[in-house]
Ligand binder design. Structure first.
Ligand code: NCD
Ligand code: ZN
Length: 348
């Protein structure tokens, strides 16, 4: 197959950052995504509807000169201090689409995250009542739990009890990385779904660690061994509506990644659907790409599916070595390498 037409995709998990960084992140996301779930882990985090409204305006402003724009879907950052009044305000704001649970210390800018899940139960009850989804970074932070086991430990200790306590709360386990997570989602009630990134489908920990440490593959949750990668590929290519696209495109400057203590995050916004297409093609599942990237996320978030289309053509192109990130640069995934699919530019 050399050309593929699919309904316009949405990205259900992306980091746009703020200030001058928005120039590049918004430009990349606006190329063909219709809607983008905007992660709230800024410093300081976006914890209130009022902050989200201002952040949304900055995103829209950054896109004002672009040939096409995406719709930013705002998410609030859950803290130990979040109160029921904020949940109600969020439910009333049509541009807010959920809350994000970061265990404190789990990832970039998560210091203000939650220190336990049971103490959150009254707030989760309010969220369930209001019909707002909960987006979850599913990793424990206990020092004695190995980094490769942190997702499974979160599922066993926190997520499983949460699904029992809140049968009507819609939850998304974000950027899943393990066979355990795939199995959990498959057997969980239909209120539970998961996003899968392109980089967790394309790579496993060997890509990051064999022959030298490659900091541009370092993200959280960390890449796992290949049996987990295979389970993720099976899930994404299965056509199950419980798994959908969330790039977790997360820009950091090249300097902050190529560092003795490098930041976690992989930037895929420059070629997101192109990377996914490559994986689906490799596994003879191009006919499953549209559901994964353009239908299942919208259905889960109870939003209409996009009706217009994009065209992907099998035509290789070279990724830039560096892209601007404010006044610095970032190293995009597959920097300097060739990508096999290209989205036809509707504006040229
Ligand atoms: C993300 C970031 O940089 O904001 N980093 C990452 O490794 N994925 C945060 C996150 O989603 O965990
Ligand atoms: Zn993320």
């Amino acid at each position: 197959m050399t050309e593929l037409i699919i309904n316009r995709p949405d990205d259900w998990h992306a980091h746009l950052r703020d200030g001058n960084a928005l120039v590049q992140t918004c430009k990349d996301m606006a190329r063909y995504f219709q809607r983008v779930i905007v992660m709230p882990n800024l410093a300081p985090p976006i914890t209130t509807v009022a902050m989200a409204a201002e952040y949304r305006e900055r995103i829209l402003f950054a896109m004002s000169g672009l040939p096409r724009q995406f719709e930013p879907l705002m998410i609030l950052y859950l803290t130990d201090q979040t109160d029921a009044a904020e949940i109600r305000r969020a439910a009333e704001a049509d541009f807010v689409h959920g809350f994000k649970l970061y265990p404190a210390g789990a990832t970039t800018n998560s210091e203000a995250g939650v220190t336990g899940t049971e103490s959150l139960y009254p707030i989760l009850a309010a969220m369930e009542e209001a019909g707002l989804p909960l987006l979850i970074h599913g990793e424990v932070t206990d020092a004695d739990i190995d980094i490769f086991d942190r997702e499974k430990a979160f599922i066993d200790r926190h997520l499983a009890p949460m699904t029992t306590h809140f049968p009507a709360l819609r939850m998304v386990l974000e950027h899943i990385t393990t066979r355990d997570a795939v199995q959990f989602i498959r057997s969980a009630p239909s209120t539970m779904a998961a996003t899968i990134t392109a980089h967790h489908l394309l790579f496993n920990r060997n890509h990051m660690l064999v022959g030298g440490i490659r900091p541009h593959y370092y993200c959280l949750p960390i890449l796992k061994r290949d049996i987990h990668q295979k389970a993720l590929i099976d899930a994404a290519c299965s056509g199950s509506p419980r798994f959908f696209l969330g790039t977790d495109s997360a820009p950091h400057t090249t300097i902050n990644k190529e560092n003795s203590c490098g930041c976690a995050g992989v930037y895929t916004g420059h070629a997101a659907i192109e990377f996914y297409a490559e994986v689906f093609e490799q596994h003879s599942a191009l006919n499953k790409l549209e559901g994964f990237s353009s239908h299942f996320g919208a259905d889960f978030y109870q939003l209409p599916r996009n009706t217009d289309c994009i065209t992907l053509r099998k035509e290789s192109w070279q990724v830039d070595d560096q892209l601007p990130l404010g006044s610095a640069t970032l190293t995009p995934l597959c920097s300097g390498e060739r990508v096999q699919w290209r989205v036809l530019d509707e504006n040229s």
